[in-house]
Design a protein around this ligand. Sequence first.
Ligand code: NAD
Length: 348
Amino acid sequence: MAPWDYPDFDEHEGVHFFRDTASGLSAIIAIHSTHLGSAAGGCRYWTYARSDDAITDALRLSRGMSYKNAMAGLPMGGGKAVILADPTGAKTHALLAAFGRSVESLGGRYVTAEDVGISDADMVEVAKQTSHVSGLPVAGGAAGGDPGPFTAHGIYLGVRAAVRHALRRDDMNGVHVAIQGVGSVGGGLARLLARDGAKLTLADVNVDRAKALAAELGGEAVPADSILSVEADVISPCALGAILTAESIAALRAPVVAGGANNQLATPEDGGRIHARGITYAPDYVINAGGIINVGLEYLGHGDRAEVEKRIAEIPGRLDTIWQESASTGEPAAIVADRMAQKLIGRG
Ligand code: NAD
């Protein structure tokens, strides 16, 4: 099937397929839009059951990056890479080098960075082949480096904004937050919330990881398949996408959903379902922009860490604008945010 026959095809400017037999690389780079600049978005290393799933992921994630970068005020378009991990193979230097050459072949139309399964050390390998890389280790007060902590910080500020909006509370002391996935983003968020005295319920398919963090921070660990229906003040999805479905939304027992995972809504209709339940939803690509703000400014050579923090601090205000418009028009927050983003990328 051609990329444009997929339901998630959205007038993407290009979908590029790369294979390097020697290293075992199979990768897809989807460029959704370069209207605002080079298409920026991380590289995901993941085992997909079918190649179709990888193409769908690249299409959805790259569109999300166009929206995310536009809403974050970055002069960058949206793209995403996925490397189809072979469960019997390894993420070797040769494979990362082949990926770097693939990025280089696009001549700067796509700029890569870390995503799930890719570390800053991996990006160092990629950078040996191409300059169109961000998320590289930096020293001192420079912008850049692992985007995870910056994403977590933006989500923390967004969760606090959602709690102010929905619960009329200014502090997080005793506010119950249930986090799905405690990796780089969810784990960082948990630590920031623990500092404020929030009550934490944590879950991860890596059960030991959730248990260890719960023990360290004084929270509770629950099985991964029960986290979305925990009775809490905030559900924070910080694992993978498409977890907000008709079924899971019906089972939610929290007034707020605000988390870092990309593409949380399984279908556009799910934004309407969550709204119809009166739940405050933080559109994922708005609340989780902290990491791309950090690596975007690194790539562009604009500003330092203080500038990154200043721009991340604008995330709550952006969410408030979306919720206010949603309240005045009666439309789901997801629809309001999409319309704002589409206008910014010249598709409104
Ligand atoms: P990560 O790999 O560090 O952590 C993800 C965690 O989720 C892992 O601990 C994994 O075991 C767990 N997990 C996977 N499936 C799960 C499930 N079904 N239930 C519970 N736990 C599950 O990845 P990350 O960097 O923390 O990213 C998390 C999410 O945030 C992803 O959707 C990613 O695309 C998104 N995101 C990340 C960044 C960033 O800067 N890292 C930026 C924007 C968005």
